[in-house]
Ligand binder design. Structure first.
Ligand SMILES: CC(=O)SCCNC(=O)CCNC(=O)[C@H](O)C(C)(C)COP(=O)(O)OP(=O)(O)OC[C@H]1O[C@@H](n2cnc3c(N)ncnc32)[C@H](O)[C@@H]1OP(=O)(O)O
Ligand SMILES: CC(C)C(=O)C(=O)O
Ligand SMILES: [Mg+2]
Length: 526
């Protein structure tokens, strides 16, 4: 595959990126993100690890059915059950890829897999052959390649290609290498593996030392033609190579990289980045390259003077290139559905991602409370709407709480349980605890609070308060989130979200036990 100047962009936001989240994404959220990533015009999207749970299998299957454009890929260990699940989940994709992997470093072989290199290599060959029953597009990764002796790496890569792998991926799984060391690995593979021209060479770099992008770029200079990356660089630990950074490096430094190019639609970068940040609840640091709030902001006089005279004095790319433009439309309670829809489209949401009437109702209520509604408010409203399922068992009907300094707090909560209104009052050390106690009385569920996190969405007094709760019920953990201007209400909504997740898991368990008596996996459990 030499002579190929296109750098394939393999997005793994929904697989490696998702591994870094505190709670799994819902199927609806994954599909929403998959559409946004497809709009970036990536070449391949790795969208899950189908064997890992029924929820992941279903999401991969649904994305394979409905997302058109990129090759849809699933991850599988080098074991038959994983490959079969992956093949089945991808069955309906227009174009599908199975990505199988096994660790090759002495450390991983000895302690994790407890195998010799020869055994791991035989297992990889068998996995690749099995995968070829489902597709002729097979990627093989040598996990921890960055710490694998080069002779071992060349040997296993040659065997993998001979077995049918069409992409060979070299992961720096723990972000250990430095650029010249990593590019030397790529050069060695190109020079020493006799059948290397039969496969595309790919890299997958982690950011433990902050070098994921630098290592990826050095690898393409040494001959790699696929980069695995994620939107905003999210991923295990310190994350993966950031898609937007690598795409803009190749785009901006044409003087160095020509004739290499990517097919990324750079004007989609900003909105996909914000969508990922919003849905994954992973804020973007203000000084993050390309998409951070300050990436195109000039604050000192000399710089401001410079850009006023000639923009390129202090801007090496324009905000428009990455899809950033000024929002001139003020959203207030005088705004209507059209402008909401328009603004959400600019932020990356399609009409199918939300129920316009429902978002509009909450928008008007919020605009009355806050005066002006900002992008982050609007996105938060959509985000919380996607968390709510149509048939929630528990629905908040009313909440009142009171607290006086030095006295116990009290709360009264009205909860509709499967449509029946139940009211309870309780006391507590503060209004949140009082409300939780009232809700626990209603639900009668034994719940242990593991984590309670409150953060402001937006700034100033009228910022929204987002509460994220992790709670344990019968040994399983559930995540719930709630958003409101009043933090007692956010807390109560988060708690009710947890109750609904538990209720949904119990329904699935009951269904599975009645069907085959098998051990059930809780949807929403983390
Ligand atoms: C570098 C990466 O990012 S790899 C991807 C990481 N992502 C994930 O792990 C998320 C999805 N994972 C899961 O849902 C689960 O770990 C599963 C379903 C894959 C496996 O669950 P379990 O069967 O309970 O095993 P568990 O995760 O505890 O241990 C992993 C097992 O797989 C083996 N294994 C690990 N990698 C591989 C591989 N590439 N090929 C074959 N076997 C492997 C381990 O040696 C261990 O085997 P052992 O039980 O014989 O010791
Ligand atoms: C599965 C592989 C490609 C991986 O994520 C890694 O090694 O980091
Ligand atoms: Mg990885």
């Amino acid at each position: 595959m030499s002579g190929d100047n296109k750098i394939w962009i393999f997005d793994t936001t929904l697989r490696d990126g998702e591994q870094a989240l505190r709670a799994s994404l819902s199927q609806k959220q994954k599909i929403q993100l998959a559409h946004a990533i497809a709009r970036l015009n990536v070449d391949v999207m790795e969208v899950g690890f189908p064997v890992s749970s029924p929820g992941d299998f279903n999401s991969v299957q649904q994305i394979a059915r409905e997302v058109k454009g990129p090759i849809i890929c699933g991850l599988a260990r080098a074991v038959s059950g994983d490959i079969e699940a992956c093949g089945q989940a991808l069955q309906h994709a227009e174009r599908r890829r199975i990505h199988t992997f096994i660790a090759t470093s002495p450390l991983h072989l000895q302690y994790k897999l407890r195998k010799t290199l020869a055994q791991a290599s035989d297992q990889a060959v068998a996995a690749i052959k099995l995968a070829s029953r489902y597709t002729d597009d097979i990627e093989f990764s040598c996990e921890d390649a960055g710490r694998t002796p080069i002779d071992d790496l060349c040997w296993i890569v040659e065997r993998a290609i001979a077995a049918g792998a069409t992409t060979i991926n070299i992961p720096d799984t723990v972000g250990y290498t430095v650029p010249n060391e990593f590019s030397a690995i790529i050069s060695a593979l190109k020079n020493r593996v006799p059948n290397m021209d039969k496969a595309r060479l790919s890299v997958h770099c982690h950011n433990d030392l902050g070098l994921a992008v630098a290592n990826s770029v050095s690898a393409i200079q040494a001959g790699a033609r696929q980069i695995e990356c994620t939107v905003n660089g999210i991923g295990e630990r310190a994350g993966n190579c950031s898609l937007e950074e690598v795409a803009m490096i190749i785009n901006t430094r044409k003087d160095i990289f020509m004739p290499l190019y990517t097919d990324i639609k750079t004007t989609e970068i900003y909105r996909s980045s914000h969508l990922v940040s919003q849905i994954c609840n992973m804020p973007i640091q203000p000084n993050k390259a390309i998409v951070g709030e300050n990436a195109f902001a000039h604050s000192s006089g000399i710089h401001q003077d410079g850009v006023l005279k000639a923009q390129n004095t202090y801007e090496i790319m324009s905000p428009e290139q990455v899809g950033i433009r000024q929002n001139e439309l003020n959203l207030t309670s005088r705004s209507g559905r059209h402008v909401i829809q328009h603004r959400l489209a600019e932020l990356g949401y399609t009409k199918d991602d939300y129920d316009l009437d429902a978002v509009y109702q909450s928008f008007v209520a919020l605009a009355d409370e806050k005066g002006r509604v900002f992008d982050y408010d609007l996105e938060a409203l959509v985000f919380f709407q996607t968390l709510q399922e149509q048939n929630d068992y528990y629905v908040l009907d009313f909440l009142s709480s009171s607290t006086n300094t030095g006295q116990v707090a009290s709360a009264t909560v009205g909860l509709k349980c499967d449509g029946v209104l139940i009211t309870e009052a309780a006391t507590g050390n503060g209004p949140v605890e009082a409300a939780f106690n009232a809700i626990t009385r209603i639900s009668k569920l034994q719940i242990k609070m593991v984590d309670f996190n409150l953060q402001a969405k937006g700034s100033g007094e009228s910022a929204l308060g987002q509460v994220d709760i992790t709670a344990e019920h019968e040994g399983r953990r559930f995540h719930g989130a709630g958003l409101a201007t009043d933090i007692v209400r956010s807390s109560v909504l988060a708690y009710i979200h947890v109750l609904n997740m538990i209720q949904r898991a119990q329904t699935i368990d009951a269904h599975k036990h009645s069907r085959n008596g098998a051990e059930a996996t809780a949807v929403g459990a983390i």
